[in-house]
Design a binder for this molecule. Structure first.
Ligand SMILES: [Zn+2]
Length: 108
């Protein structure tokens, strides 16, 4: 049992006191990098208006699909011709190359 993984082999049944004792052993001061990440997160959580478009839980549902479509269009326009028709997009907008073009069908 090590770290926050929820994988089955990483799980252990503990009563409340044992769970708290095991957790306390692992607690320690945050590193400067961890503090910076935490501070940036707290600023976003406590902001009166969304700091980023994706922090807007109302507007983001409308905006996200539009941005994704723009990303897909940009990727399609930026791809070398040998990859045209060979790329799909992951749910997060990342392009996924289905198969690399073979050298004998370049330039189509
Ligand atoms: Zn116990």
């Amino acid at each position: 049992m090590d770290g926050p993984s929820g994988a089955r082999e990483n799980l252990q049944g503990l009563c409340g006191p044992c769970n708290r004792a095991k957790t306390a052993v692992r607690l320690g001061p945050m590193s400067p990098d961890q503090l910076a990440v935490r501070s940036a997160f707290v600023v976003r959580v406590e902001a009166r208006s969304p700091a980023r478009a994706c922090d807007d839980d109302v507007g983001w549902n409308d905006l996200q699909p539009q941005l994704l479509e723009r990303i897909r269009a940009w990727w399609s326009s930026a791809l070398p011709t040998e990859y045209l028709g060979r790329v799909e997009f992951a749910p997060d907008g990342r392009p996924v190359i289905i198969e690399p073009a073979s050298s004998d069908d370049r330039g189509r």
